[in-house]
Design a protein around this ligand. Structure first.
Ligand SMILES: [Zn+2]
Length: 285
């Protein structure tokens, strides 16, 4: 499933293609005929992301809501639409095809509030002036939960945009065992986790892929130059050596989904151990 960085990046790319332009809309597959014909010919006022939800604004106060779900894709396309395209948005220069979304809905501006209210704080969205800072909402929500931190990070009401890859990677970098009860973490750990999530999601949005490994670990200059297969610390790396301490990465299950961890770097007090090991290796965590 795409994580939050993908949807924020998608909003940015769709804005480059359509914001301020009159668009052509169609539903080649036919399942979104009514919605597409309402959008056809309208000026697009821009897209934005709320966690894993994409929202498009149109001149006649129509709001498009898309959630890609597990298999959905919204991609630039050339030529005539092929296969089950739910929605094609186009100008004379470019086409974008939406396939297999879990949600593709059209509504009025109330729909934006509904989407925003359906999720918790999103580290890729700015704080709303005058409202409680998002990090405070996040910390308070974590403090109320006794479930494993690895499970809490997947709860979109606690933090929006984290999926299975980022939860494994963030907890590795923080040196936290994924089975630690969320409310047993102290406030400084939770604030660090929030800031790290924001930093990592922003990098993912910029690169359009998830890269969490510190480039210095492999003597690379930038995160973008790290080759595939070396970009992540633990995700799908069971039995392979930890990039910091060489201990084999373990596979476990948290919140009914696969989870990975280093049994040495991710235990109580391990943040220090991982940092020491990294310093020994001449790298930083
Ligand atoms: Zn390790």
């Amino acid at each position: 499933m795409p994580e939050g960085h993908t949807i924020h990046r998608l909003a940015r790319d769709l804005n480059l293609a359509f914001e301020g332009s009159q668009i052509q809309a169609s539903s080649p597959q036919g399942r979104f005929d009514a919605g597409a014909s309402k959008l056809d010919g309208q000026v697009c006022d821009g897209f934005e992301a709320f966690g894993k939800h994409l929202v498009g604004h149109f001149a006649a106060s129509d709001v498009l809501h898309v959630h890609l779900g597990l298999i959905g894709k919204f991609r630039k396309a050339k030529g005539d639409p092929v296969g089950a395209v739910r929605l094609r948005l186009a100008t004379n220069d470019v086409n974008w095809d939406l396939r297999g979304p879990m949600v593709c809905d059209l509504g009025n501006p109330d729909l934006v509030d509904k989407v925003a209210a359906s999720i918790g704080p999103d580290p890729l969205r700015p704080d709303i002036p005058g409202a409680v800072p998002q990090v405070d909402t996040f910390v308070a929500a974590m403090k109320r939960r006794r479930i494993a931190i690895g499970a809490a990070l997947l709860d979109q009401k606690i933090i929006a945009g984290i999926g299975n890859v980022y939860r494994a990677e963030l907890l590795f970098i923080c040196g936290i065992d994924p089975q630690t009860p969320a409310n047993s973490l102290d406030e400084s750990e939770l604030r660090f986790l929030w800031d790290l999530a924001a930093k990592q999601l922003r990098l993912g949005e910029k690169l359009d892929r998830i890269v969490t490994v510190d480039p210095k670990l492999g003597a690379y200059k930038t995160p973008g130059s790290i080759p595939a297969g070396e970009r992540l610390y633990t995700y799908k790396r069971e039995e392979q050596p930890c990039r910091v301490c060489d201990t084999p990465i373990e596979l476990l299950e948290v919140a009914a989904r696969k989870m990975w961890r280093c049994p040495v770097c991710q235990q109580t007090g391990a943040t220090t151990a991982a940092k020491k090991a990294a310093v020994k290796k001449g790298t930083t965590v």
